[in-house]
Design a protein around this ligand. Structure first.
Ligand code: PLP
Length: 284
């Protein structure tokens, strides 16, 4: 595989990052994951906008224009022959040459890394036909989940708890309400209404969420942005999650209780179809 490191396209075994990189020592960095379908990038503008926001929140300078980011993404997709898969992008605060809690000078160059992962048949995941089962776990993450940082240890722990319980993912619960999934936004459906938590520092501002809510309104669905509990999810008609890599994925069970009749719902299926159709048309 060819990977990108600070301006160079290299075979992955030749890539080098300092042990003093703040991404490595302090998880001081941000990332984006862009899906690739038929060799094209899905919702690329959305990822660029959020990357810029994450960097601003951490007082980091964006090392590239959106056009430059696009050129790097396209070069890697081409060099690795990716038809379906994803591009991972990470920007860390760089290598100050020592370990210190205070940020280094703002003119220290950041460390920029991108790589690809091939995922043949990404949009035809069999799981979309059967749906995910989830468990709930306490949300003990930090208070700025709106910044897409590389601090992913708790989401990894929650994913492992899900695996050990024999299910697909975990929904995180804080003060009695679902915040989001380990790496996705969470929704329930009641009649013609899609319910999902409002944007705040408590959740990642999913770009798939933004697109799906827009398409839902266009499809004459009602959208209600508010908190919901696990009990409300268990008695809802349907549930689903969204993320840039899973698109729209139905959820059929929460903490052992089937949602609706326990099969993939009509609304989730329709939103998945609309999302994939529209985003393929707008892919770059
Ligand atoms: N919430 C969390 C915690 C995530 O990590 C992600 C994606 O990685 C999402 C939500 C979904 O965001 P997006 O739709 O932009 O992929």
């Amino acid at each position: 595989r060819t990977v990108y490191v600070n301006g160079d396209y290299l075979p992955e075994h030749e890539a080098r990052i300092s042990v003093f990189d703040r991404g490595f020592l302090m998880a001081d960095g941000v990332y984006e994951v862009t899906s690739v379908l038929d060799g094209k990038l899905i919702d690329f503008a959305g990822h660029c906008t959020r990357l810029a926001r994450s960097l601003t929140e951490l007082e980091m300078t964006n090392p590239h224009s959106d056009d430059e980011w696009l050129a790097i993404h396209r070069a890697l997709v081409a060099q690795n022959g990716i038809a379906d898969g994803m591009v991972y992008l990470q920007v860390t605060r760089g290598n100050p040459g020592d370990r210190d809690f205070a940020y280094p000078a703002a003119d220290l160059p950041p460390t920029v890394v991108l790589f690809t992962q091939a995922k043949p048949g990404l949009a035809d995941s069999p799981a979309a036909k059967t749906g995910w089962k989830v468990i709930s776990v306490p949300d003990v993450r930090w208070g700025r989940r709106d910044i897409k940082t590389v601090q992913l240890l708790y989401p990894s722990m929650a994913k492992m708890a899900a695996k050990k319980a024999g299910v697909d993912d975990a929904w995180l619960v804080e003060d009695g309400f679902v915040t989001e999934g380990t790496s996705n936004n969470a929704y329930i459906v009641k009649g013609n209404k899609i319910i999902t938590r409002a944007l705040s520092h408590d959740i990642l501002h999913g770009i798939t969420r933004a697109a799906v809510l827009r398409f839902a309104v266009e499809a004459q669905m009602e959208v209600e942005e508010r908190n919901f509990t696990i009990a409300e999810a268990q008695s809802a008609d349907e549930a689903f999650i969204t993320s840039a890599s899973a698109f729209v994925m139905p959820v059929v069970e929460v903490d052992g209780t089937a949602i609706g009749n326990g099969t993939v719902g009509r609304v989730a299926t329709r939103m998945r179809e609309i999302y994939l159709d529209e985003m393929r048309k707008a892919a770059v």
